[in-house]
Design a protein around this ligand. Structure first.
Ligand code: C5P
Length: 249
């Protein structure tokens, strides 16, 4: 979670740059949505909230206290600890990214009480941006459908499960973590199934989301595509013809 230095971009028309813009980026695990959201926020000078890190923090804490991540009774103390300690340090802790925490995060995220508590935190974050920040990019599974259904722009980032497993496998290898491709593919498939079939806020593209299949795109190409969509949306809604907007000094 970060508030980045605000600078007006050179393509958002003046009338839009006066209101806080909310951009939702949803998609399955390892689709590239997190990297995309981070780069998009940096490019636009917006704040960024990685909502998955909230679920991961609850999962990691639950594992630390020996709780069953599928049981609300057992997870509740972990949830309370996390809600009292939602610091940037906790949310950027590398231990949140282990396969065990990933698996537990998809279990705690299926608990309605956990979702309700974290929903409020995400909405508060979007509603209380510092005056100097022009907007926020939030990435997750249900941002465009549940957390911010009125987001100004919604993206649903996806890629084939094999490609996502390949990316995650290479990432683990570069970190010298042991895993086989088959294991990673099985883990991702299990998380996909849990995320898409849970009763509360299942992973699904919002009907008004731009669907972005990144199977054959690299991160830079993915970012360029989304920036082109944002640019054309704001320019067409302002009734403006690519009028350059002054850059902030
Ligand atoms: O995005 P990331 O993979 O870090 O999210 C970890 C887990 O948290 C996901 O597998 C998903 O189950 C859950 N999650 C969620 N809703 C969100 C973000 C993440 O259910 N908005």
């Amino acid at each position: 979670m970060s508030i980045l230095n605000f600078r007006k971009t050179d393509f958002i028309p003046e009338e839009f740059s006066r209101q806080k813009i909310v951009i939702a980026v949803d998609g399955p695990a390892a689709s590239g949505k997190g990297t995309l959201a981070q780069k998009m926020a940096k490019r636009l000078g917006y704040a960024h909230l990685d909502s998955g890190a909230l679920y991961r923090a609850v999962a990691m804490t639950a594992l630390e206290i020996g709780a069953d991540p599928s049981s609300f009774q057992e997870v509740q103390p972990a949830l309370n600890i996390v809600l009292r300690n939602l610091t940037p340090e906790l949310l950027s802790c590398p231990d949140l990214r282990t396969p065990e925490v990933s698996d537990a995060a998809s279990k705690v995220s299926a608990i309605p009480e956990v979702r309700a508590a974290l929903l409020q935190h995400q909405r508060d974050f979007a509603a209380n941006l510092p005056a100097y920040v022009g907007g926020v990019v939030i990435d997750g599974r249900d941002i465009g459908t549940v957390v911010c259904p009125n987001a100004d722009i919604k993206f649903f980032v996806t890629a084939s499960v094999e490609e996502r497993a390949r990316r995650r496998f290479l990432e683990l290898q570069s970190e010298h973590k042991e895993a086989t491709f088959e294991q990673v593919l099985a883990d991702l498939s299990a998380r996909d199934l849990r995320d898409t079939t849970r009763k509360v806020a299942p992973l699904v593209a919002a009907t008004d989301a731009y669907i972005l299949d990144t199977t054959k795109l690299n991160p830079a190409e993915t970012l360029d595509e989304t920036i082109a969509v944002i640019r054309s949306k704001f320019l067409s809604e302002s009734g403006d013809v690519a009028k350059p907007v002054q850059k902030a000094v």
